[in-house]
Design a binder for this molecule. Structure first.
Ligand SMILES: Cc1cc2nc3c(=O)[nH]c(=O)nc-3n(C[C@H](O)[C@H](O)[C@H](O)COP(=O)(O)OP(=O)(O)OC[C@H]3O[C@@H](n4cnc5c(N)ncnc54)[C@H](O)[C@@H]3O)c2cc1C
Length: 320
């Protein structure tokens, strides 16, 4: 089956989830095409080829500088019409989710979101996806159809594809694809140097135990010392100490880093569903009976106001 990978980019560089999608596509076979949309798509396209993205369809246009789901959906829909993939893969990130819902609506194919496994079983494509906060693992199947199957894949599940080959093909699409009722003039948030939560290998999360907005910096300093992203519990977001975009859990993000450090977080089920699949979990809590310790690989029972600065100092000294 021909698979189209939709490569989303940031600052003209494919996001790391794109390399994971290439691995996911390659696990199904070699018939892969990848679409990359940018102001000047040649650079990200060359990078994708070196990661084994197959035939890379590069669409360049000034209107593609910022993500605009209306424009992106029209361009991808036109590429789908030209190349007829059976499966279209994208990342289950904010932008990926927005784009794929719109695309499936525009074209009329089947859609499965937040997938954690893909396989071919007989004549069916079978997707694995967690439901009800991970307490049920569903297998969703689809037979070959005349419309493509749209799938968003959860980041940090598949390994990044690091090598391979392919070719860059410059694509042109109809001018009408670049017309939109919305003009995106600026992309704010996630400032330079900040690590994106969905793509982070390490996350340090703040809970209500930090006691106030003035102590968020304590957690940020620990995150900086490890090159980590900053996450949070909902209690901290509801108290307006930190932005909602950092919230991990049932009504926030689902994350899957190699290391998750929970600082002053009790471990309510609504938080756990968003982070318990992390490879290693370290919990810092002064209450030895806090439920977070039930899922932690390592636990530090102590006052975070002593433990966190000591860890930050140690990591800075050891890691530079
Ligand atoms: C429908 C619904 C959806 C929800 N969605 C989410 C979600 O997406 N994400 C989420 O996180 N929550 C969510 N919640 C809220 C959730 O139930 C909890 O209320 C929340 O996770 C608690 O956050 P917390 O662990 O930071 O705070 P608390 O439960 O108040 O825990 C604070 C912890 O800090 C420890 N502590 C205090 N002082 C110190 C110190 N000096 N040193 C060390 N440790 C200390 C305490 O021992 C305690 O364990 C949701 C709730 C509902 C009903």
């Amino acid at each position: 089956m021909k698979t189209l990978v939709v490569a989303l980019s940031k600052d003209n560089q494919p996001i790391s989830a794109t390399y994971e999608l290439i691995s996911a596509a390659r696990s199904l076979g070699d018939d892969i095409i990848t679409a990359v949309l940018a102001t000047d798509a040649d650079k990200p396209a060359a990078d994708l080829v070196s990661r084994g993205a197959g035939k890379v369809l590069a669409v360049s246009n000034p209107a593609l500088g910022f993500f605009n789901e209306e424009i992106y959906a029209k361009v991808i829909a036109e590429l789908i019409g030209k190349h007829s993939p059976g499966l279209v893969l994208g990342p289950a990130t904010f932008y990926g989710r927005a784009l794929f819902g719109r695309l499936a609506g525009l074209i009329g194919g089947t859609m499965t979101s937040e997938v954690t496994g893909i396989a071919v079983e007989g004549d069916r494509l079978v997707m694995t996806r967690p439901c009800y906060g991970g307490s049920v693992i569903a297998k969703v199947g689809s037979k070959a159809a005349d419309k493509p199957y749209f799938v968003t894949v959860r980041p940090k599940i598949f390994p990044e594809s690091t090598e391979g080959d392919g070719e860059v093909v410059s694509e042109t699409v109809a001018d009408s694809c670049f017309e939109s009722r919305v003009t995106v003039t600026e992309s704010a948030g996630g400032g330079t140097g900040e690590v994106n939560l969905a793509e982070a290998d390490i996350i340090v999360s703040a809970g209500r135990g930090i006691r106030g907005a003035e102590h968020v910096q304590l957690v940020k300093d620990l995150a900086d010392s490890l090159g980590a992203a900053v996450g949070s519990s909902r209690a901290v977001v509801d108290a307006d100490w930190i932005a909602y975009s950092t919230q991990v859990g049932q009504t926030g993000r689902t994350v899957n880093p190699k290391l998750y450090i929970a600082v002053g977080i009790s471990g309510a089920i609504q938080h756990l569903v968003g982070m318990r699949s992390s490879q290693y979990i370290v919990a810092i809590n002064k209450d030895k009976d806090a439920p977070i310790f039930n899922v932690a690989s390592y636990g530090i029972v102590g006052d975070l106001f002593e433990v966190v600065p000591a860890l930050t100092k140690k990591f800075k000294a050891e890691l530079g």
